[in-house]
Structure formats: C-alpha cells, structure tokens
Design a binder for this molecule. Structure first.
Ligand SMILES: Cc1cc2nc3c(=O)[nH]c(=O)nc-3n(C[C@H](O)[C@H](O)[C@H](O)COP(=O)(O)OP(=O)(O)OC[C@H]3O[C@@H](n4cnc5c(N)ncnc54)[C@H](O)[C@@H]3O)c2cc1C
Length: 450
C-alpha cells in the first residue's frame, strides 16, 4: 500500500498541495485546526480562506511576474487558480475573487475526492514518521510554532516580518549613488564595495524627516502585538523619538566618501545592500516601516538616487511565522534535519495568496513523486515557480532573509536585451516567454515520469 501524505493546514498552500498529490494518485489527509481552533484573521472553517484582500493581483502573464505564476499554475491544473477563475469579479487587469464561494468550492472539490480526507484539529508536534507537509501559514498555532522552533533553533523561525523595501538595482541613479562599505571594510574588493550609498544634505534630511512624520501609516490588526519592536523599530517610530535618531542609526553618514563630491561631507546616508545572488535587487538597510504603500513610495523617492526607484516589494511589519528557509530547507523544501517533513506556503518565506498556493503546488507534486518512487525533474529556475523556490531555498541572503513576493528581480537576466526603463516591456516579455517554455517542458517531463 502506498504511504499516505499528511498535510497540516488547509489554507492556500495546503489545499493546492493536497489537490496536486491526490491527482497523482496519493492518499491525502488534511489536518486543519479551524473551526475548532481559530486565528485572529480567519472568519470561517473553510479551506483556502482569503484572510484580507480578495485579490490575486495582476493577471497579466506577459508583463507581470504574479500573472506569470497564475499562468504556470493554470498549466499545472491548479485547483486554486481554476476555482478563482470560476469566481472572478470585475477588477480591471487584476484577478479579484468572490471570497466565500471561492473557499466553499475549494473545500467541496477536495472533500469530493475519494483519496482526500479532512481531519479537523490542531497538530501541536512535529511528526517523527510518515510523509508530511506543514503549510500552517503566517498564523501557525503557537504550540506548533514552538515545536518548530525547538527543532530549527529559535533564531531560524520568525514570528514577525519586518520588511525593508526592496529596490530593483537597475532603477537606482548611480550618478548620485555609489558603492562602498563603511570604512572600506572587507577582505576583497567585492566586500569593500558591498553597499550602495545614497547621500543627503541637511535640507534633504530635514524634508525627509518631515515627510516621514506626516506619512499615512497602517494600523496593527487586532490580536497582533507590538512585542517585536525593540530589535527592529520602524523608521517612522525612530523619527518620532527624535529628529536626529535616524542620523545616528540606519542613516549615519560616517566612514563613507562620496566619489561624486569627495569634498562634501554627507549629512546623512541611506545604505542599500544586495538582496539576491544575481545582484538585481537591493534592500534599504534598516528601513522597515508601517507607512502605507502609496505614502511609502513617495517618501522613499525623496532619497537622492532613488527618485526613479522601482520597488520589487515595499516595506511592512506583520505578524508572520516563517522559517529561515535558505538555511533549513533543501531544494525540495524538505527540512534538512527531518527530511520526512516538507514545508510549503507562506511559512517558507514567500508572501501572498498566489505565491503560497504556488509553493503548495510544488510541495504536493514533490511529495507525491517521493511517495510513488517516481523521478522528479529539477524545477526550472527560469520559470516563475523555479525562480521563487530557488530564491527561498538558496538564492536569498540567509542573514537578512525576509518574505518575498514573486518579481522579475528573481529571474536570471536574458542576454542581449536593453536594460533600464525603455527596454522593460521587451525584457518582461522575454522572461515570460522563456518561463512558459521551461515550465511546459517540466510539466511534460513530470507527465512522462508517471
Ligand atoms: C492579517 C493578514 C492579512 C493578510 N492579507 C493578505 C492579502 O491581502 N493578500 C495576500 O495575498 N496575502 C495576505 N496575507 C498573507 C496570506 O495569509 C497568505 O499569503 C496566504 O493565506 C498564505 O497561505 P498559507 O497556505 O501559507 O497559509 P494560510 O492560508 O493562512 O493557511 C494556513 C492554515 O493552517 C491552519 N493552521 C495553523 N496552525 C495549525 C495547526 N497547528 N494545526 C492545524 N492547522 C493549522 C490555519 O487555520 C490555516 O487554515 C495576509 C496575512 C495576514 C496574517
């Protein structure tokens, strides 16, 4: 008899994982704690409940990375996308969804499968035997969170994300910014030039602080606590504590010389650090923030060198349980210390409904291949799925790992195309064409392995 696959958490990732594994013929048990145990954000006992916005974001599969992920999930017969398409609401180019019928349909579709069983109840321990996928999401129950922390080490599991904004490198104006590590520290030339620096004079700094103090901020959700604050204060809270606080914190200007104006001492310096191995993304160091997205873009573009910045993701602080996946998981999302357990969804350090479902899709197929003893072709890095899983299981900087949305900054560049804003349309089309071909090949290879 083939082994059962146990999936903890019937959210976006767990539901998709269950569907994919069941379609391949594996018997699946979904363990879902709701409605017996509630979270502060969910309202129902349905599987795949959308906890906040009802949008799956852009549906443009030629010019948008999340739209491409939609395309890849549809091509893989994904349950979440097929159900979202059936309950689509008018929303321009975005895929908005009628949330309750959507979740009810996902629940019904899974329960209708003869090889899927749903068991309601909280799992509080890490299982020793059997094949498991843990997809308990950002609001993983505290008992299970503690069990995971005990296995991985507390430092490797976060309970909040404090996300600094991430900028596309190509959108930074290098006629104002420069590369240099503070005091030129480092053994190699690369390390001595590890940071990208944006200088401010006094007037620019004062205007920036004014804008920061005046900007609209988001409130905490009920049930979120602010107990995380000490290690990672939002920049606007630092500014509230005193106008000079940032200049003595993440914006301190010491140990840096601006090669564009070597005789002028900057009043403050904003530093950005490489965020991925490809060098296409930079995070703004220490700039976690609760500013609303619109206000955030406006305020950050006041930084000299970032006037035209495009953001791969904006900053935020949320209740979010997630692993330091680059150190803990192997390329198939298995916990290195206990390979009978895979993780999937937001807990692996992706962010968003679509990305979470996508990682569920991969985990479900990977677990099924292992249970059925079938070969699993390597997920192509040029697909959106591959770019994302590669990022979380190895491409991202482990030390500064924070949750990530899918975006073109995670993709390997296509040779021979024009950089900058003007070449963007052709570049994105080239990425999406290449991704679709690679993903189709992978699906074909999986089908022939069956
Ligand atoms: C307040 C809030 C607002 C958000 N807003 C958005 C948004 O607007 N757009 C967006 O794209 N993303 C949003 N997110 C992120 C969103 O939750 C995730 O992207 C997505 O739901 C994650 O999918 P998942 O399957 O990993 O987790 P979930 O969908 O949360 O599913 C996890 C499931 O595991 C269950 N569970 C937890 N612990 C246990 C346990 N010990 N035993 C058994 N079951 C358990 C939970 O009940 C839940 O059903 C938000 C998150 C939060 C917390």
């Amino acid at each position: 008899m083939t082994q059962e696959l146990h999936i903890v958490g019937g959210g976006m990732a767990g539901s998709e994982a269950a569907w994919q594994a069941a379609q391949l013929g594996v018997n699946v048990v979904i363990h879902e704690m709701r409605p017996k145990v509630e979270t502060f954000a969910h309202r129902t006992g349905n599987l795949a409940e959308m906890v906040c916005s009802n949008s799956f974001r852009s549906d443009d599969d030629e010019q948008n990375a999340v739209g491409l992920l939609h395309w890849e999930m549809r091509a893989a017969d994904g349950l979440i996308m097929a159900t979202a398409d059936r309950h689509r609401l008018p929303a321009g180019g975005a895929l908005a969804v009628d949330r309750d019928p959507f979740a009810e349909d996902v629940t019904a579709a899974l329960k209708a499968l003869p090889n899927v069983r749903v068991e309601y109840g909280e799992i509080t321990e890490l299982p020793r035997d059997g094949q498991w996928i843990i997809a308990t999401g950002p609001l993983t129950s505290s008992a299970l969170g503690q069990a995971i922390a005990a296995e991985t080490g507390a430092d490797a599991l976060a309970f909040f994300d404090a996300i600094a904004p991430i900028v596309y490198a190509e959108s930074i104006d290098m006629s104002k910014a420069w590369m240099q590590s503070r005091y030129d520290k480092g053994e190699t030339e690369e390390e001595r030039k590890a940071y990208l620096n944006c200088p401010m004079d006094r007037a620019q700094y004062e205007a920036f602080i004014d804008a920061l103090l005046a900007a609209d901020k988001t409130e905490f959700h009920d049930g979120e606590t602010a107990g995380y604050f000490d290690g990672c204060l939002p920049i606007e809270v630092m500014a509230e504590r005193g106008r000079e606080t940032l200049r003595h914190g993440p914006m301190k200007p010491v140990g840096l010389t601006n090669p564009h104006q070597p005789d002028v001492k900057a009043h403050a310096v904003v530093q950005l650090r490489r965020d991925n191995a490809l060098g296409t993304l930079y995070n703004i160091v220490g700039f976690q923030t609760k500013m609303k997205y619109g206000a955030q873009t406006e305020v950050l573009r006041m930084i000299p060198g970032l006037e035209e910045a495009r953001f791969a993701r904006l900053g935020g602080i949320h209740r979010n349980t997630f692993l330091n996946s680059p150190t803990l998981l192997d390329a198939q999302m298995r916990l290195k210390s206990r390979p009978n357990i895979r993780f999937a969804g937001q807990i692996t350090g992706v962010e968003g409904y679509v990305e979470s479902a996508a990682m569920g899709l991969l985990a479900g197929r990977m677990a099924a291949a292992e249970i059925l003893g079938r070969p699993l072709p390597e997920v192509p890095q040029d697909s959106a799925m591959g770019a994302l899983i590669h990022h979380i299981t190895g491409g991202a900087e482990a030390k500064t790992f924070q949750p990530m949305n899918v975006n073109f900054g995670l993709f390997r560049p296509v040779d021979g195309l024009k950089g900058g804003r003007r070449g963007r349309k052709d570049r994105y089309k080239a990425y999406t064409d290449r991704a679709k071909a690679a993903w189709q090949d992978w699906l074909g290879a999986m089908a022939s392995a069956a």
